[in-house]
Design a protein around this ligand. Structure first.
Ligand code: 2BA
Length: 107
């Protein structure tokens, strides 16, 4: 069994979860925050059999879109020359980690 940690944009989460539920996957949704952009994203936890990992990646790939976002050089509230500097970063549709699961219990 595997644990999939899937970080996606809040803008895609509704479609991704809907598609996963349609195929009867169990999903846990956590609110998370990107360290660089400091805006909200979503982390999904899915415990799945090994042979389902590819299908989950496929479903997520269908609905999670790559986007360009602006990142500011200054901290929010700062008023100096850096607060006015920004650059574009490409945020991937999804970042997926796949971890081995030793045991799994429901009590
Ligand atoms: P953020 O940390 O807000 O990062 C947004 C985007 O900024 C990243 O998009 C990437 O294009 C850039 N970026 C961030 N840190 C970087 C670094 N150290 N070097 C180069 N570029 C960097 P994505 O790579 O698509 O990541 C989207 C979100 O997924 C991240 O939001 C973070 O919340 C999460 N993430 C991505 N990779 C991760 C990792 N290895 N470990 C933990 N979380 C990760």
């Amino acid at each position: 069994m595997k644990m999939m940690l899937i970080i996606i944009s809040n803008e895609d989460v509704k479609n991704v979860i809907q598609a996963l539920l349609k195929e009867k996957y169990y999903v846990t949704k956590l609110s998370s925050t990107g360290g660089l952009l400091k805006n909200g994203n979503t982390t999904l936890l899915l415990g799945v059999e090994d042979d389902k990992v590819a299908r989950v990646k496929e479903i997520v790939g269908m609905y999670a879109k790559t986007r360009k976002k602006k990142v500011s050089a200054g901290e929010p509230g700062d008023l100096n020359i850096f607060s006015f500097m920004s650059a574009d970063v490409l945020v991937n549709g999804a970042t997926i980690f796949v971890l081995n699961v030793d045991d799994y219990y429901k009590l």
